[in-house]
Design a protein around this ligand. Structure first.
Ligand code: SF4
Ligand code: SF4
Length: 92
């Protein structure tokens, strides 16, 4: 069982030092999780440390491929409102 960092990661370095298993490493084009080392924080912390500190929605997925911080969960902006706002910005 392991979490996964995907391409929306912005390489902010926040998750790497908080991982109790040293499973997160810098790579190109973005940080990655060594699936053999990731313990999902079991026995160390009640919540996934990487996902709880990551500022980017959708950048870290659980072992089932589901985002820990889905769109809107950190900004508080519902995804459809965000899409509307982006469309509005791009139309100018
Ligand atoms: S879930 Fe825990 S052990 Fe796995 S990469 Fe994230 S911080 Fe490290
Ligand atoms: S905290 Fe999130 S955005 Fe920052 S390096 Fe880790 S996965 Fe990437």
């Amino acid at each position: 069982m392991a979490v996964k960092i995907i391409e929306s990661c912005v390489n902010c370095f926040a998750c790497e030092p908080v991982c109790p298993s040293k499973a997160i490493y810098e790579a190109k084009p973005h940080f990655l999780v060594d699936a053999k080392k990731c313990t999902e924080c079991e026995g160390d912390f009640p919540v996934h440390q990487c996902a709880s500190i990551c500022p980017i929605e959708g950048a870290i997925l659980d072992s089932l491929g589901v985002a820990f911080n889905p769109p809107g969960s950190l900004t508080g902006i519902p995804p459809e409102k965000m899409a509307e706002a982006m469309a509005e910005l791009q139309s100018h």
